[in-house]
Structure formats: structure tokens, C-alpha cells
Design a protein around this ligand. Sequence first.
Ligand code: HEM
Length: 412
Amino acid sequence: MDAVSVASDLLGPTATEDPYALFAELREREPVCWSEAHRAWLVTRYADVAAAFQNKRLSSDRVRPMLAARATEGVPAAADEILSMMSEWMVLSDPPAHTRLRRLAAAAFRGQRIAALEGRIGELVDGFLDGFVAGGHRDLIEHVAYPLPATVIAEMLGAPPADRDRFRRWSGELGLVAFGAGGDARPDRHERALGGLREMFEYFTELAEIRRAAPTGDMLSALLGTEGPDGAALRPDELVGMCSLLLFAGHETTTNSIANGVLTLLKHPDQLARLRGHPELIPSAVEELLRIEGPIKTLVRWVVEDHELGGRTIRNGERVYLLISSANRDPDRFADPERLDLGRAPNPHIAFGRGVHACIGAQLARIEMRVALDRILGRLPELALTEDQLTWNCSLASRSLAALPVTHRAPR
Ligand code: HEM
């Protein structure tokens, strides 16, 4: 099989189940490879991906080119409206627009504010685990890993408890289409995502009005009160866009990182036993689990000027997929990269990206993962996988399980 046909297989059943053999082959044989199937360059080596994060000729604004392309592709009108609404997202913008939004958002993510959430996150995990055990449930995603991040972000933004189920639904609906690298082919996915996005925008618009009149200590109030470097606060549409981005960016990534982490531990009983015996390893275990089975496979960039990348000429208007989960297993950067080593140090993985767009929620995500793993392992000492076949969702963007069925006798 030549490199191009390997690349075209990235959404096939074998690669969906386990993409890492293909990644290794691409890294070895054609580390910057044009895929006709994906109409994109696939970049698989750590050094090239890390350099791409600093490369100003690779743009994060994939909304405008996608809107232009869709005009000729006959894509549903709903898709255009979704993209227009997402065009305010800082993750989809370049400096200087990005710089301004990022500085305004940073105030809401100050270290102290995030660290103070740890106790509450513990209470939430305990509550979800109580329901999981008492209800005799088996799917750790549905009952623990999925509700946790949506509830955390809903609480941070100051949404009343009764509204939290809506947060989860909106995020799930938007996940059906966002970032354009998924394999989901449900015919109604654009309409469903658009419905969720419209509701979400209305919701945050109303909530922002309430907070503007009477600020509280929540993140929404912090975002509202923030004065930027040029003295300008977020415009109302930007504020609503920021809330929807935070909900979306912080939800499924964290869900999948918890689920992938638990699965990886269950598949490596020696490392699981090591962790149970040495809970002080949890912080480094979290980094290693993010490296070896992180929740994001691919980040998308657009070429805005012809140039060389890894020895290939890439041209203005072409799309580039940065395969961060391949980079995180590159033997040129990590010794014995296919081996899970919960004490690995140093561990310069790029699961949270790098450069100006590096994940603003990384500290929060790390706390959620640490607390979730600590509580899950502590409270379910006999946690084990069931005999059920595991299903990986077909997506280039994310590495995610459809469900994580477990048994958990002798709960405390
Ligand atoms: C384990 C969980 C997470 C992972 C692996 C992750 C990963 C990433 C990555 C790779 C990027 C860079 C995107 C790019 O360069 O195009 C990013 C950006 C971002 N993340 Fe996360 N993330 C996680 C959790 C969170 C959480 C909990 C939040 C917030 C509540 C969050 C909010 C954001 C935002 C707002 C951006 C855009 C930053 C910018 O454009 O400047 N993420 N994340």
C-alpha cells in the first residue's frame, strides 16, 4: 500500500479502531502527505506539527474558506449559518483579532479562579458516581465522564442548575458538525446543530443581560467586566460566541480524555496497579494518558501563502491536518512511544496544542481529569471492562468511544 492510499484509509474501520499503526507508517514513509480522500495535507511528525503551531502562513480561520467552498458544493444552508455563528470564536481566528479575544478571555481563566474549583469538581464527581453505582449503570461515559465537564462549565458561567441538561444537549448537537473533520454522516446533523446553536445564543444573550444588570462572581460576570488592552470589552455578540466556544471546547474533549484515560488504564493492569499503589503519580499519569490516547486526533489549518513544509510545497488555499495524536507517539521525540509509562518525565506532549491557540482550559481540564481518575479508582476498586465490544466513533478530529461499559463490584 503506498502512502497516499494509507492516508485515504484514515476514516476506514481499521484506522477508526486503532489509527496508530497508520500514523507510524505515515511518519516513517511520507510525514507530510497529500491525501486526495481528505483533500488535505496530513502532517504526522512531532517536529513538523510543533513548528506548524508557530507558522504564521498557516491560518486558524477555516470559516471563511469553508463558507466559500460550500457555495460551490451544495451544502445545506444550515451549515453556512452555523459557520457564520462560529466565526466569532477565537479558536477560529488569527491575530490580531485573536489576540484581543484571548486577552479578554484570559481574565476568566486566572489560575486562582480555576484552582478554587477543585473541591466542587470533587463533589460533582462523587455525585455522579453515587448515581452510577446506585442505578446499577454500566456506561461510565454517559453517567460520569459526559455530565461532569458540561456541569462544570455551566456552573462556571453561572447557569442555574435546572439549565444544565440543555448545556449537554447543545454541546452534543454542535459536536455533530463542528471543525469539519468528522465522519458523522447523519442527514439532519446540520439542522440539529443549528437548532442547538440558536438556542444557545439566545440563552447566553439573556443570561448576559441579567449579569450585566447584577454582576456576580461567576465567569460570565468576569467576561462582561473585562476591559481589553485597547480599553474595549467584549461586544455582546462576541460574549455570546465566547460562552458557546467555552461550552463546546471544554466539554467533549474532557469527557473523552477521562474515558480514554480510564480505558487505557484498564487495558494496562500493571500500570493501573502502579497508580493505585502510588496515587501521587496521578498528575504525571494524566499527562501520559493525554499523550498516548488524547481526545483530539487532528487540528485543522489553512495555508495562506505558498511555502515548504517538511520538504513539500504547500499552496495558498490548501488545507492542513496537524495529527497531534501521531506527533505524540513520534519516536524522534518520545523514548519507546508506544509504551504507557505513568511516570514518564519529561513529557512534552502536545495534546493541548501550542502557540497562540494553546488550550486556555488546560489547567481546568487537568484538574477535572485528576479528580475524576482519583475518585473513580478510589471508589471503584474492582473496576473492570465488560465483555462488550468497544466502538470508537468514526472521526478525524476526535478520538472518542461511543460508550465505556464497565463492571464495578464492591463499591464504597
Ligand atoms: C483534555 C481536555 C482538553 C483538550 C485535550 C484540549 C485541547 C485543546 C487544543 C489542542 C487546543 C488548540 C486548538 C488549535 O490550536 O486550533 C485547544 C484550544 C482551546 N481550548 Fe481546549 N482542550 C481541553 C479542554 C478544554 C476546556 C476544559 C476548556 C474550557 C472550559 C477549553 C477551552 C479551549 C479554548 C477556548 C480554546 C481556544 C483557545 C484559543 O484559540 O486561543 N479546552 N484545546
